[in-house]
Ligand binder design. Structure first.
Ligand code: FES
Ligand code: FE2
Length: 439
């Protein structure tokens, strides 16, 4: 029996029941209805450029291998042997020709197919046994401008429909120049927080509000008043499509990752003209601005810090964070290195700003489970979401004020997926033509 969450999420008023942040039954339903159905980010193509290159990662609690096959296509499959279930690959990344299970020696190709095993003739003698039935379970795979996503749901719409018009905004980080982007080697971390995965996701989808308070203590002494988190509310935007959301400030270039580094700021300024010519003025301002974003459900990034991360659920109150640094491929090496150091100093397990955030998310998670505490709802009621008058930007757009709009729309999508038996019951905003009027 599934749980109907309509009574727990009143997204119009912004009243959210705390139960969704700790209840094991809700969590189980999330694994099934949110994570097993969504397109989940698994890798950047730059991590697996050559045939045989692979990374292992998580799709929620399922460990998967993401590999470049011999025909250069990208394959994603479960990292669990169908013989007795053992993990097949123990490395985070590497290069190989096949994956051989430690336990009894079953060997799988770069596409996950079962190739051979010791005493193969004994299996072949078994009536009805077919090698092709026993490969590593494969997911559907699609990419958008370097970002690779996968889903195990055969019924899910295409990645294009899932991202919808959010792609138009994504181009402001993924398509700023011809050469594309890459994840920096050495700019990646993994860590664990004792929090529900939705707290970091809702923070990234639209909570610039906290930056004015949470990060003030750390950022002012180290970055100075104007080197760090500065938000001019009147230039604050929130955009939301299909539960994905991006908030940004279009009047402040650079971010705390720059730590006020003049070389980085100079580089970012020097790119503005070319990016404007390529993407138009509006999106050129999104690139490198004070901003945060989340692709539903758990893939987040900070465009101005170039930190990209997944918040992998590991239980109702535990989240594993995988973080990378994404930069334009053609960025000068020296500037790349500065961004790597900047994102590590701010958003890594020992990063100044990530520590600020993690403490809040852990305490919010722990407190919500209190027996009496759990009966008071949480308030996501700041300022109504709005549409721009001229309708020139895709999605639901809120301009000019701090707002919980993106967070409410994140929980709206969450509730839709939690309640829906099938994809027919999950509304998707279909992509419209690119909005050139916004340029
Ligand atoms: S569990 Fe993998 S070969 Fe037996
Ligand atoms: Fe933060």
């Amino acid at each position: 029996m599934s749980i109907n969450v309509s009574g727990l999420v009143d997204w119009q008023r912004g009243h959210i029941d705390r139960r969704i942040f700790w209840d094991p039954a809700i969590y189980e339903q999330e694994l099934e209805r949110v994570f097993a159905r969504s397109w989940l980010f698994v890798a950047h193509e730059s991590q697996i450029e050559e045939p045989g290159a692979f990374v292992t990662t998580y799709m929620a609690q399922d460990n998967v291998i993401v590999a470049r096959a011999s025909d250069r296509s990208i394959k994603v499959f479960l990292n669990s042997c169908p013989h007795r279930g053992n993990r097949v690959c123990f490395a985070d990344s590497g290069q190989g020709r096949q994956f051989t299970c430690n336990y009894h020696g079953w060997a799988f190709g770069l596409d996950g197919a079962l190739k051979r095993m010791p005493k193969m003739a004994l299996y072949k003698a078994t009536p009805g046994f077919r090698m092709e039935d026993w490969g590593l379970k494969r997911a559907r795979v699609e990419s958008y401008k370097g970002l690779v996503f996968a889903t195990f749901d055969e019924e899910a719409p295409s990645l294009g429909d899932w991202l919808g018009d959010f792609r138009w905004y994504l181009d402001a980080v993924l398509d700023v120049e011809e050469g594309g982007t890459e994840f920096l080697p050495g700019g990646a971390t993994r860590s664990v927080m004792n929090c529900n995965w939705k707290f970091p996701a809702d923070n990234f989808v639209g909570d610039i509000y906290h930056a004015l308070w949470t990060h003030l203590g750390g950022s002012e002494p180290t970055l100075g008043r104007h080197g760090g988190v500065i938000v001019e509310n009147e230039r604050s935007w929130q955009v939301s499509v299909n539960g994905h959301g991006w908030e940004f400030n279009d009047s402040f270039l650079g971010n705390a990752a720059t730590m006020g580094d003049r070389e980085m700021l100079r580089y970012m300024k020097s790119r503005q003209e070319a990016i404007t010519a390529r993407l138009g003025e509006f999106r050129a301002k999104m690139w490198g601005s004070v901003a945060s974003a989340n692709i539903f459900p758990n893939f987040s990034f900070l465009p101005g810090y170039f930190t990209f991360r997944t918040f992998q659920p590991k239980g109702p109150t535990k989240t594993e964070i995988h973080a990378w640094t994404l930069v334009p491929k053609n960025m000068p090496d020296d500037i790349k290195d500065r961004f790597r150091r900047g994102s590590m100093r701010t958003f890594s397990p020992s990063g100044l700003l990530e520590m600020d955030d993690g403490e809040n998310w852990e305490h919010s998670t722990a407190a919500n489970a209190g027996f009496v505490t759990r009966n008071q709802r949480l308030c996501y009621a700041m300022a109504p979401e709005g549409e721009l008058d001229d309708d020139s930007l895709p999605g639901t757009v809120t301009l000019g004020q701090l707002s919980d709009a993106n967070q409410r729309l994140f929980y709206k999508k969450w509730a839709e997926m939690m309640n829906a038996e099938t994809w027919q019951d999950i509304p998707l905003e279909k992509p419209a033509a690119p909005a050139e009027a916004a340029e």
